[in-house]
Design a protein around this ligand. Structure first.
Ligand code: SAH
Length: 365
């Protein structure tokens, strides 16, 4: 395994060092983008990171129930929208395609939905695109580099653990002003360094010296684009991720490899890099583009409201004792506060006149 790590990290490190020597330190966002998506040595360009044998595991990989409930959420909303003859179903960052496969299997319960949908996948990783092509072959998906090329029309969109992979910038409150944290060189190694110039970013709050604030231009831009589309063409989006609420300060950037924390600057391209999602910024961006915003609410409460326990009970009724233990532990992991139930949050964006959104307080039908 060490061989493969050197395989991507050494050339990527040399490339980053050349870039920094030529043009100066780069932002944390530029570093994340290179480390995750460099076309030859980037983390996502070179591997399938998911699952027990990979670096991290996501809710749809924990249990089929996750995708099934989301599929029913989409199909049910489509029915409440008046069952339009054509609907654009979009997933941002579909990973192995597991969530969508489970979603579309469950959505067959709502007659007509699977015939009306046109499936569009926004995915930058060629490795994962190939896996999605296998998993979702029956649904004739089309792939996009970003939302801009997805055709107009009523849209249902799902994004699970997508926004956390988007690049963030980091700002550190110095004695008299905010300064941006940059990735520089210390000899031949990468090292953090503060930009000597004060930050010009306008969204930075008042805070005590030492405070850290993260912002994601990319996440705000995609939230704005989703909000504008929903306001124009109708539909709704479900965004699920780990994140924080208004006024969030503190560092959340992390690197994960083989299910363990890893140094962010060590062996670039060999570990996943993510940051918690600023849900207040997402709500603000989508809301100012004209969308209605519901949530964020804890994933555990959302999945309970959608009936995960009843779904588990139905699966348990036909399970072997071994399968039953797995179903019970997966269900707990998805909804328990100590598992993914509280840290992960669900936010819905919708056309202002869209019908009630199942699972959301005060919205549920
Ligand atoms: N949603 C999946 C995978 C999460 S991992 C799951 O829940 O299992 C993040 C996914 O987003 C991967 O498929 C990754 O390749 C994709 N991704 C990350 N940043 C992206 C970007 N800027 N554009 C398109 N896809 C991106």
């Amino acid at each position: 395994m060490a061989e493969t790590l050197t395989g991507v990290s050494a050339p990527l490190l040399a490339h980053l060092a050349r870039r920094i020597r030529a043009a100066g330190p780069i932002s944390v966002a530029a570093y994340m983008d290179e480390a995750l998506f460099h076309p030859r040595w980037g983390y996502y360009a070179t591997r399938d990171p998911l699952g027990a044998g990979g670096d991290f595991i996501t809710a749809p990989e924990v249990s089929q129930m996750f995708g099934e409930l989301i599929g029913l959420w989409c199909a049910e909303l489509w029915r409440r929208l008046g069952a339009p003859g054509r609907v654009t179903l979009v997933e941002l960052g579909p990973g192995r395609g597991t969530l969508m496969r489970d979603a579309l299997r469950a959505a067959r319960l709502v007659p007509g939905f699977n015939d009306a949908l046109e499936l569009h996948l926004v995915e930058r990783s060629p490795v994962l695109r190939a896996m999605q092509a296998d998993t979702l072959a029956g649904f004739a998906p089309r792939w996009h580099d970003d939302l801009a090329t997805v055709p107009a029309g009523p849209m249902l969109l799902v994004a699970n653990e997508f926004l956390d992979a988007l690049p963030i910038r980091q700002f550190v409150r110095a004695a008299d002003c905010w300064r941006e944290r940059m990735v520089a060189l210390d000899g031949d190694a990468l090292a953090f360094a503060l930009d000597p110039d004060p930050a010009t970013e306008s969204s930075l709050p008042d805070a005590a010296p030492g405070a850290i604030r993260e912002t994601s231009h990319a996440a705000r831009a995609i939230a704005r684009a989703i909000g504008a589309r929903l306001a124009r063409d109708g539909g709704a989006a479900l965004i699920i991720d780990y994140g924080y609420g208004p006024g969030g300060l503190g560092e959340t950037l992390q690197a994960v490899r083989r299910h363990a924390r890893h140094d962010v600057l060590d062996a670039p391209g060999s570990a996943d890099l993510t940051a918690h999602v600023d849900f207040a910024a997402i709500a603000e961006a989508a809301g100012s583009a004209g969308a209605r915003v519901a949530g964020p609410m804890p994933q555990g409460a959302f999945l309970r409201a959608l009936g995960i326990e009843a779904r588990a009970a139905r699966l348990l009724a036909i399970a072997s004792p071994d399968q039953a233990a797995l179903i019970r532990s997966a269900c707990r992991r998805l909804i328990d506060p100590a598992g993914m139930g509280l840290l992960f949050k669900v936010m819905a964006l919708a056309h202002p006149a869209a019908p009630a959104l199942a699972g959301f307080d005060g919205e549920a039908a």
